[in-house]
Ligand binder design. Sequence first.
Ligand code: AMP
Ligand code: GLY
Length: 428
Amino acid sequence: MNVLLLGSGGRESALAWKMRQSALLDKLFIAPGNGGTDAYGTNVDLSPLDFEAIAQFVADNAIDMIVVGNEDPLVAGIVDYFAEKMPGLLVVGPTREGARLEGSKDFAKRFMMAHSIPTAAYRSFTAETADEGCEFLSTLRPPYVLKADGLAAGKGVLIINDLTEAQNALREMLGGMFGKSSATVVVEEFLSGIECSVFVLSDGNGGYRILPVAKDYKRIGEGDTGLNTGGMGAVSPVVFADEAWMKKVEERIIRPTVDGLIKDGIRYRGFIFLGLINVDGEPKVIEYNVRMGDPETEAVMMRIDSDLLALMKAAAEGNLADMELRHSPEAAVTVMAVSGGYPGSYEKGKTISGLDKTEGSTLFHAGTKKNADGTTVTSGGRVIAVSSKGKTIAEALARSFENIEKIEFDGKYYRRDIGRDLMSLESK
Ligand code: AMP
Ligand code: GLY
């Protein structure tokens, strides 16, 4: 089959790498792709949000299936658009209504309440109810969690220790701190625990498969300090997400989510990303996303033994019933090499060398591009995800760290403590 993958990050590189291994795949196109995705298919200069241009490309190139990497096209309704315009085309992802699980935190909270899915207690406020919001904050214990309702490029969540500061921040958010995204603000109870990411592939008919669990590392600095980034690394598996814990996740969260979507009349044929937190052994939902995680995908794909393309096709067709998702017992990790200055301002266009010197790791390009003369240069904050497998997380990490040292570009930075928190749990 011919597939069009939308996106340009490390996640899309990993998805493309995995699809390339499928016997089902004829042609793979990546729009727009990056400096590494041309190893798995053909990069196409198309915006994932330009549905009309995508439709033309699909028609011209006999595309059978679109795989949507990031949330924006889903929130903008790409699944609904093609369901109407090209009903025979398979698209992996939820409808616009389903994408609200990520596109609106208030919607996600209401969904969880309606289906008794464990999550932090909350209330939502708008400019009209700002006084009530401040009052509500004064009934909570610090720290205070304030979330812009809409998409805010990962920056819409504030966690504040001081009550007055939190009340001021609530008023500022409602006053437009994140534009329209914070016209509604969710105020919620702070949950304390270790987070992890659980990915579920859903076929919209009650069938689902659970992918390997991963944990990502969001802060720029070692020891989880400094600013939030798109993700500095990830490891899989996650020691506390053992069989007993995953049984709770499946019974209390995954099934009610899948069934709740059906009850609410939402067609969801794609990846559900559960951002979970382990509160004293009990899983709770921090957030939903409607796509795979980045950089979790760069680790998770390495552990999937089954044909992911076949699984995605079955999900998009609404029939996962006979499909098996096998994964390796080995550990997989990814460590992200980023541009100096990221997530603040940074320079682009730095020549990357040493890519051919690495051994035993898989390099997933993220913010890279290939110049006309064939040199690969940086073109984003997160540059290359160095992914490795090993018998243990420690072994896999040693491989990634050894290889990331061989890759060079001006200003390169990476976190040397990826996975350390989990390894210390493991040895207890
Ligand atoms: P979100 O965009 O909802 O995933 O929030 C971003 C990050 O803020 C999460 O990954 C958590 O680390 C943190 N966070 C969000 N909600 C809570 C909460 N209720 N309690 C503690 N931390 C939270
Ligand atoms: N790694 C978190 C995300 O993709 O949102």
